[in-house]
Structure formats: C-alpha cells, structure tokens
Write a protein that binds this ligand. Structure first.
Ligand code: NAI
Length: 211
C-alpha cells in the first residue's frame, strides 16, 4: 500500500490519527475483524465515508468480511509513517518544552527528543529526564552532527518565526509549532501547528450552545 500523499485531501489526512487510535484499541482488545458499519458507529462516521477514506490509499477491506484489524493497523501505521523512528529537537526549554521532554509516551510511538535548546544561561546545562538543554547557539553544529527529523518550537511567539527560519537553515524540514503564531516558511517545509487554546475555545463555544 503506497503513500499517496499528493492525492489525499486534508480532511482525510486529519481523520487518519483517529482511525489509527480506534484500530489500535480494537487490536489491543484482541478484535480480529471489524466492518465499516461497526467502525463507523464507534467513530461517528458513515460506513461509506470510511470506505471512501480507505480507498484513497487503495482500500484494504474485503466485501462481506470487513477489515482484518491487525492488518489494517499495520497499514495505517505505514501510511501515517509510524513504522520508523523520528528524532526531534525542542527549542525553548521553559514550561512547555520541559513538559514535552518529561513525557515518555512519545518514545513508545517512535518520537525521540534528542536535545532541548534555550537562550537562558540558567537553563543551559541542565537535563530533563536525561535530555540535555543546550545553548541555542550550538543548534546548527548539533544538527550537523546528529540526524534530526523534526524541530519543535516552544519559544514565546515573538521568537517563533526567527526560530523556524533557524531550524530550516539547519536543514530541518518538519516543524511542530506550539507558539501561537503562523510561521511563514518555504513550501517544502511541513509545519504542523498545535493550539490547545483552539480546542478550549471550541469546548467553550459548545458549553454556550448547551445553556
Ligand atoms: P516559557 O516562557 O516557560 O518558555 C519559553 C522558553 O523559550 C524560555 O525558556 C526562553 O528562555 C526560551 N527562549 C526564548 N527565546 C529563545 C530563543 N531565541 N532561542 C531559544 N530559546 C528561547 O513559555 P511556555 O509556557 O513554555 O510557552 C512556550 C510557548 O508555547 C509560548 O509561545 C506559548 O504561548 C506556547 N504555548 C502553546 C500551547 C499550545 O497549545 N500550543 C500551550 C502552552 C504554551
């Protein structure tokens, strides 16, 4: 099953993590087989939506059988790219940078934070769960010597653009940006923004809907 990223819509890509989460749970519960109807009911999607989504990747169900859960799990893992290891550096070793470094769960999925970088001399030299905080000035030479796939921005928003450009200048083409600002980068750089507040605003809006 090939990754057909060029032809896959953003909406389908956004649903992939949810598919993976549900299928992982089924697999962990020992379920061998699931129909698109059953999966749809669990996930709040229609069976035809699920079939259409999976068809973007060539489809992997069998009519009258449904999906083989362990196989589907393996395929989704490959499609998302979770079948390999990713090395990351975190820029900004404050509250959020340290929280990310303290979370061991990413490693179980193949995401390794190799180092944190900061500008604050009081943070440079410490280590978080064994991960060193290095001087931001050493980022370029560090990335030159260590294979890094993903740069994580955890600086204040005022520094985010400059840090994003620095990461790209170091050869890093994948950026996970937590700063509440849209960084502008060349088209060949992949940027994924995480804004917890957006999710909170939606919760807030829905709370308002109920009252
Ligand atoms: P913080 O102030 O605790 O940490 C920021 C760190 O960045 C500091 O240690 C600072 O020395 C460092 N820094 C500043 N300029 C730098 C530079 N040029 N190079 C390297 N390091 C530099 O802030 P906190 O609470 O950790 O938040 C970090 C960022 O994450 C902020 O932009 C904040 O708005 C954002 N944030 C985003 C969330 C989300 O849902 N995406 C949730 C919480 C925070």
């Amino acid at each position: 099953m090939a990754k057909r990223r060029d032809r896959v819509s953003e909406a389908v890509i956004r649903r992939l993590p949810k598919y993976y989460r549900y299928i992982t749970e089924l697999k962990n519960n020992g379920v061998q087989r699931v129909s698109s109807n059953e999966l749809g009911q669990k996930m709040g999607l229609t069976a035809s939506q699920i079939r259409q989504d999976f068809n973007c990747f060539g489809g992997f169900g069998q009519q009258g059988y449904g999906y083989n859960v362990p196989e589907l799990h393996g395929e989704l893992k490959k499609i998302i790219g979770l079948d390999r290891q990713y090395n990351m550096v975190v820029i900004g070793a404050g509250n959020l940078g340290q929280a990310l470094a303290n979370y061991s769960g990413f490693e179980k999925e193949g995401f390794y934070i190799k180092a944190l970088f900061d500008i604050n001399p009081r943070l440079v030299g410490i280590s978080i769960r064994g991960i060193d905080v290095l001087d931001i000035d050493s980022l370029k030479s560090y990335v030159g010597k260590n294979h890094i796939d993903i740069g994580v921005i955890c600086t204040p928003k005022e520094q985010a653009q400059e840090i994003a450009e620095l990461l790209v200048d170091c050869g890093i083409k994948n950026i996970w940006n937590f700063a509440p600002v849209d960084v502008v980068l060349p088209d060949d750089v992949v940027v994924e923004n995480v804004h917890l507040s957006d999710s909170l605003y939606i919760l807030c809006y829905r709370t308002g809907e109920e009252s």
